[in-house]
Design a protein around this ligand. Sequence first.
Ligand code: SF4
Length: 480
Amino acid sequence: MSETPTYIGFEEYSEHVPASIPSAVQQATNRFVSGRAARVAELPQWEQLRQIGSDIRLHTIENMDVYLVQLEEKIISAGGHVHWAETAEDANRIVIQIARENNVKTAVKSKSMATEEIGLNHALEKAGIQAIETDLGEYIIQLAGTGPSHIIAPAVHLKKEEVAALFSEKLDIHAPTDPIELARIAREVLREKFLNAKMGISGGNFLVAETGTVVLVTNEGNGRMCTTMPDLHVAVVGIDKVIPDWESLTVFLKLLARSATGQKLSTYTQFITGPRREEGEFGPKEFHLVLLDNGRSNVLKDPVGREVFKCIRCGACANVCPVYKNVGGFAYGWFISGPIGAIFSPQMLGTQAARELPYASTLCGACADVCPVKIPIPAILRHLRRRVAQGDAFALPTISTPMRVTANLTSLALSQSWIYRLGARLLPLINPFFRKDNWLSGMPYPLNRWTKVRPLPQFGASFRYWWRNVRSAKKKDSTR
Ligand code: SF4
């Protein structure tokens, strides 16, 4: 079936998480956080911009069909081709077909989360086409044979020493640990690839419906080379990236770079409207846009969950997340990590596959505070937790019946004070049956799922009983 990278669960991940990940991730994310704070402080109208960005995204989500049709018409009238891909397999098949029709053996790629989502590199490789990542971070993780661990900094989990060791091993050289030297080595290797590739593949940060323009926001210039040097350019972009017009784009460009890297504007902002018009102009002869659905239409039906598509992929939520900072991106199991991954993956993959993710949060709300388009991430996490536990119109519950019954009974006991008081009286009676060194460690199913990793303290007298005793003892003391 799908070329989509396999989902890795938390248990599997925790067995092989490299010890260096948290410190590498914390160093980088702390830099992003302080850069963002400085840029945001320079804009007194930041909160208004966030609100406008949020409103535009919501409006676009509600009218996506209209804007996508407008986008298609404009791209075709600019001489480009538009392909609609319902699934990841469809998208891969379309790209491979375009490559074969043009006798492509090697393609250069700029960073694209949509192509990570559909596993395009693997599909191309199987079809005998070599796809070379040209963003430095993506190039590093391609050599390492892993996926990205951060939305905007795919190799954020690696230290420079680890990158040097990787280059030495894979390129058969003695690579120094100086980052500038490492970048020079990668540039030298990649330059030749740019010159010889027949096809360039990119994603797209935004799709402007008004003119049929794909907008690419990058910092390395490789995106520009991928999309202008080869004669053929294919952009694979999720349908959620469409925005109405250029006026909207000015809002998102202000929000994106500040939130992502703490820049006022990214180094390269590129606008691609169809192929080159005339022979001798700079740019590809042929331009294709693959519009990727891959489950987005289903998510759009959920009025709460669909706010995930307001996302402009800045990564700010991951940078401030205490969970992400400590476990790194791979723990989220799919190409998109951090708080946005925790609300994106369960909706796209289904809660059967990604049911742990809505719980991978302290619900501290830091993500929602920094999100430039005001996605209510904690509210969506709670919405998805309910889906996991109780099921809803979109998915059946994924926790076992005994767990659900236990949760419902607990909820009943906590909402009826007489049941709570009776339970508090009765529970200490079970202590002798499960006690070991003053701890309860061998409780029966389903409680053993908790106690086998973390024993419970013994049940004592109820809090109310204890409090009454404390108060009456204090009263006695004060009257003496
Ligand atoms: S959810 Fe918000 S903060 Fe996180 S990546 Fe998306 S836009 Fe950025």
